[in-house]
Design a protein around this ligand. Structure first.
Ligand code: FE
Length: 200
């Protein structure tokens, strides 16, 4: 485990980050433009639309689907998707009988290149603790009622491996174009705490 991956965050983390940034800029180690560019990248450019594009491709292209499930890191690279906090991505596919959901019990490991930055609830201690103990209850509270027959598999992310859930293609989406399908794929459906939107 790396310190970056699994130390708990101190309460004054934002002050510490600001102080570090100031020292590094003053020492000429980084330019403030560089930091602004990184923040902009993860706030505005990298986001769930990238994961959604990959899921939609898997829905329409059986060969890509196989490659994605076999080795997601390499398959995502075909779409130009990859980078820090996602050096190794594993895709797990929902089926009629199995529902996958992702958590990081130790901190907030999350597949940044496909989903962007994690939502606050993903990082919250209750989600991290309860998702492994009582996933069905947590999912129900989040609005996802699963049939009792459906097995729930919870994947615990680490600094080394990040997971991407491939949700089931919604009924009624037959014949839709890949781009329109991507618009149905929500962030939460790729974490496993929600389902894709239904076609309107
Ligand atoms: Fe983590």
């Amino acid at each position: 485990m790396t310190a970056e991956g699994h130390d708990s965050a101190p309460a004054d983390i934002e002050l510490r980050v600001a102080a570090l940034e100031k020292v590094m800029i003053e020492a000429g180690l980084v330019a403030s433009d560089t930091i602004d560019a990184i923040v902009d990248t993860y706030e505005n450019q990298v986001g769930p639309h990238l994961g959604a594009a990959a899921v939609a491709r898997a829905w329409v292209d059986e060969d890509f689907r196989r490659r994605l499930l076999d080795d997601a890191t390499t398959a995502l690279a075909e779409l130009g998707i990859g980078g820090v906090q996602g050096e190794v991505v594993v895709a797990v596919e929902n089926t009629e009988r199995v529902h996958n959901a992702v958590v990081c019990t130790l901190c907030s490991c999350y597949p940044w290149p496909v989903l962007g930055l994690p939502p606050a609830w993903y990082k919250s201690p209750p989600y991290r603790a309860r998702m492994v103990r009582e996933p069905r209850a947590v999912l129900a509270e989040m609005g996802l009622q699963l049939d009792p027959d459906v097995e729930i598999r919870v994947w615990d992310s680490t600094a080394e491996i990040r997971y991407l859930v491939v949700p089931r293609r919604p009924a009624g989406s037959e014949g839709m174009e890949e781009e329109d399908l991507a618009a149905l794929v929500t962030r939460d459906s790729m974490i496993g705490t929600g389902e894709p939107r239904l076609p309107s």
